[in-house]
Design a protein around this ligand. Structure first.
Ligand code: PHE
Length: 453
């Protein structure tokens, strides 16, 4: 099927970078990274997250992109094409990726819904107050209102779907190329303001001074899950984008750039948020609500705060858009190329499915508040199941696939652009990590973190 379909692709080197970075940068940087770092002991957590990114994230990212570009197919098709005849059903890894995409999109689209809603609320000025109780009840009112929650979520899904309908080159590449520079500008502006606040030192110490007493196996699993989530790994996103990479793109150089730029955005987000949090006496470990409750209260106390708040939530919307595009592209391309649906039909079906599944997350704070599975509401369950189980599991299997099935020769040939790049040392090292180190590390962290041994 896939051979008969004319595939889209990224047209320029900058486009590749913008789209890939657009996928990596998202609410993970602005919402997950600060709140997880805050809740899990600051710099100790950061250090483990950095290690996980380097030793596990980077090699898996290179593996996914290389596989995608070599096969030029959707994730299921990629695993089918690259595995030798009569081998195990590796395509299931692609199918599990599609499941992970649906689970992540279900809760992610709801947080994006809040972010989009907050852009408008910031413009209207209704959430700007120095009184924590006011900002708290404004956020509470939004998430407890089933109609608002659903409508914002569906609006977000329709918006992302509309961009996807424009195709890979015009839609994904075209939009992310415009949005990524805006994101950096807004973030730098916010950091500049934050660094003028009185308690800068406390904020930075919180982010950069380690408290190792907080590190447990569960925290290490969370840090590793964050590394996967951040770089959009383990569910076929990077594989799909890899299939749109140009044949002359230098994959190791591109992935290192994306990883560094993504870390930079997380750091900037931390630098923008924590000095303000300390200056105005908020708790740094306020969890996911940090962004929605603390930020408005903080901005209300800074001159020009309303404009800055609009900038902040606009920035978050921009970041989230690129990430959502890449997540939704996974089911869309699978439905399109595996099942032969038109791209339009695949996009509409994906959105329709997400409106149903996602509503279980949109309604966790209202209609479905008491609906729990394994002691968790759907929002937390989908987050936990994807970040801490499905993505690491996908990561192990992909590393094993490259290391033991696809093999060194195929991998090195593809990663060196058929010998055009003289990078044997790099490709050899990455292969070694994929074959031995990454799978073992992921397995140990997963089993320990889930309390299985
Ligand atoms: N990397 C994105 C973020 O940080 C989330 C994401 C996960 C995107 C998985 C695609 C796939 O927000």
């Amino acid at each position: 099927m896939s051979n008969t379909i004319k595939r889209g692709g990224f047209s320029s080197s900058f486009g590749v970078l913008a789209a890939t970075l657009g996928s990596a940068v998202g609410l993970g940087n602005i919402w997950k990274f600060p709140s997880l770092t805050g809740a899990n002991g600051g710099a100790g957590f950061l250090l483990i997250y950095l290690l996980a990114t380097l030793v596990i994230g980077l090699p898996v990212m290179i593996a996914e992109i290389t596989m995608g570009r070599a096969a030029k197919a959707d994730p299921i098709g990629t695993l089918q094409k690259l595995s030798p005849k009569k081998s195990l059903p590796w395509w299931l890894v692609g199918a599990a990726g599609m499941l992970a995409a649906f689970l992540i999109l279900s809760f992610y689209s709801e947080v994006v819904a809040w972010v989009f809603a907050y852009v408008f609320k910031a413009i209207g000025g209704s959430i700007l107050s120095s009184d924590r109780h006011v900002t708290e009840s404004a956020f509470g009112a939004l998430i407890a209102d089933p109609v608002q929650s659903l409508l914002w979520q569906w609006g977000v899904l329709a918006f992302i779907g509309a961009i996807l309908l424009m195709g890979v080159t015009k839609g994904i590449e075209g939009i992310t190329k415009k949005l990524m520079p805006v994101l950096f500008l807004l973030l730098l502006l916010l950091c500049a303001v934050s660094l003028t606040l009185p308690k800068v030192a406390d904020g930075l110490a919180f982010l950069f001074k380690p408290d190792f007493s907080k590190i447990t196996a569960g925290v290490i699993l969370t840090a590793m899950g964050l590394a996967f989530f951040k770089l959009s790994l383990g569910m076929g996103t990077m594989m799909t984008y890899g299939s749109y990479f140009r044949d002359d793109q230098n994959i190791p150089a591109t992935t290192v750039r994306v990883m560094l730029a993504d870390l930079f955005v997380s750091m900037l987000a931390g630098i923008a948020i924590f000095p303000a949090v300390f200056t105005f006496g908020f708790a740094p470990s306020a969890g996911p609500s940090l962004v929605f409750i603390t930020i408005p209260a903080v901005f209300s106390q800074i001159p020009g705060g309303q404009l800055l708040m609009i900038a902040f939530f606009a920035l978050a919307s921009v970041a989230a858009t690129g990430a959502m595009l890449s997540m939704m592209e996974v089911p869309v391309v699978i439905l399109h190329e595996r099942w032969g649906m038109s791209r339009a039909k695949a996009t509409l079906l994906t959105i329709a499915a997400l409106m149903v599944l996602g509503s279980s997350c949109a309604l966790t704070n209202s209609t479905m508040a008491s609906f729990k599975l394994f002691g968790m509401n759907m929002f937390d369950l989908f987050d936990f199941a994807s970040s801490n189980v499905l993505l690491p599991l996908g990561g192990i299997l992909l590393a094993l696939f490259v290391g033991w099935v696809w093999g060194r020769d195929n991998f090195q040939r593809a990663l060196s652009n058929q010998g055009a790049l003289h990078n044997a040392a790099v490709t050899g090292a990455v292969f070694f990590l994929l074959r031995y180190v990454s799978p073992l590390l992921i397995l140990v962290v997963m089993l320990k973190g889930l309390g299985l041994f």
